[in-house]
Unconditional design. Sequence first.
Length: 193
Amino acid sequence: MYELSNPDRTAIALTFDDGPNTEYTPRILALLAHYDIRATFVVVGQNTADNPSVLARIYEAGHQIANHTWSHPDLRRLSSGGVRDELERTSDVVEWATGGCRTRWFRAPGGDFSPKALDACFQLGMSPLAWSVDPQDWRCPGQNYITSTVLSTVKPGAIILNHDGGGNRAQTLAALHDYIPRLLDAGYTFTTP
């Protein structure tokens, strides 16, 4: 179970993997701006290289950016050097697209925090970022499933895993519109790790 370190009694965090995406990321950014929420966008380097202006919008809106490798590979199949290259390339393109921001956090694809992945993470001055609430939105299980999973498993200190890239994220967006106001009404506050 992964949680925020030293959260207040109501703090939770939203994270978004696999972007940036030209269709869904801007819509998520607009929703977060409406509620004045800061989140963490866990970006894939190739998507960042393809969509640098979307990443710049994430950064300019005050959101945190984390590293999710260059190509979202199965890190268990790569050499230590290959893992490090995936992380370095992504950190470099994030720095280029934002005009200087270096990623402090790393989330391994699929949560594969193998020794090789952790070694590369630490060598590059990053910290691992996991999650505690997984509505499996990447599977497109339906808005109601995503919403009910979040609402039934969230607690203070939770880190919620969502996706803004990697496929059709209409269900994720609809669920966010549903569960964010409900979490706010329940007294939760949003923060970043």
